[in-house]
Design a protein around this ligand. Sequence first.
Ligand code: NAD
Ligand code: UFG
Length: 332
Amino acid sequence: MNILITGGLGYIGSHTVIECINNNNNVIIVDNLYNSSIKVLHNLNSYLNKNIKFYEIDMHDINNLEKIFKENKIECVIHFAGYKAVGESVVKPLKYYDNNLCITINLLKLMEQYGVKKIIFSSSATVYKESEILPLTENMPLGVTNPYGRSKLIIEDIMQDMANADNEFKVVILRYFNPIGAHPCGLFGEENNGIPNNLMPYIVKVAKGELEYLRVFGDDYNTKDGTGVRDYIHVVDLAAAHIKAITAFDFESNINIYNIGTGKGYSVFEIVNNFEKATGIKIPYKVVERRSGDIGEYYADNKKARKELDFIAEYGILEMCHDAWNFEKGKN
Ligand code: NAD
Ligand code: UFG
């Protein structure tokens, strides 16, 4: 298939480009380099021995975006492009609505105009309402607490409406849990400019000596050891899930939603311990106040993806930690 990958030079996008090409698809990437660099394209080309077609376009610019549809026979879109920092979205909500919603609407308009009927969308576990019942299944109540999450939920609704209006329009929504790790080759991973917000990017900076210690945001949650519990998934497994998701375009229902996680929750202390075990590097930490807006615990029920997509995550927590560090230590 000819697959257009929006945000294809980003963290999850670049890993998915590799999976798509390794599964004999032709890939076209659009990215405006807001949160990625052209070096990722060069690394993809040399690692895959390809010359991937790349458009450096801000997807707000619908005229430029249309060029991609004119110049290529796109058969399917995997839509990663967007902003993703929860905290920033609370401070700058319009920035998030403007980017995440407007570029998606531009993309969907062009798909409609050019008869492109298949899309896989990157949603997030953040769309679920906080629940005492775990694991989270796809049909559990939704509810968001920040503009980033709301932008994901609105996009899910827009795609649902389009699928209702046209039964040939096929949508797969993937709700990612917590992707961490990096490609085992050490060339691709999560880039971070400045002080990271998320746990693993912070830990690797502490391991590198660039940050003094990890702040553990609360040890008084009602969890196994009091610290926050999440469902971490290796980014290579997450990328592979997109290949499996392609099979859902042939299902009877034209909109299908899947949790993509391992189904296993790890606490912050467990992540620190596993990181130390995987790398031999001690991670100093201090327990501080809870982070505002955080939920104690959630993890995925991944049975639907397992049953319908035959998706099973293969990497374990030690590999996630090892590969995250392997990428970080190779950076200048
Ligand atoms: P990322 O920031 O690494 O990648 C997103 C890419 O989109 C970047 O390369 C960026 O330059 C590009 N982009 C942003 N706005 C654009 C625009 N207007 N025009 C063109 N390109 C644009 O993020 P990621 O971690 O790879 O996440 C990919 C998707 O998955 C996002 O939609 C994110 O919300 C979603 N998601 C991520 C996580 C996570 O923890 N990483 C969890 C759940 C969902
Ligand atoms: N944590 C710390 N110290 C840190 C960073 C995080 O103790 O420096 C803790 C958090 O309190 C939480 C856990 O580590 O208990 C994981 O936090 P992350 O920030 O890594 O991830 P979140 O689960 O808060 O959120 C992430 C993404 C969201 C996405 C969500 C999907 O940031 O965009 O996963 O599940 F929506």
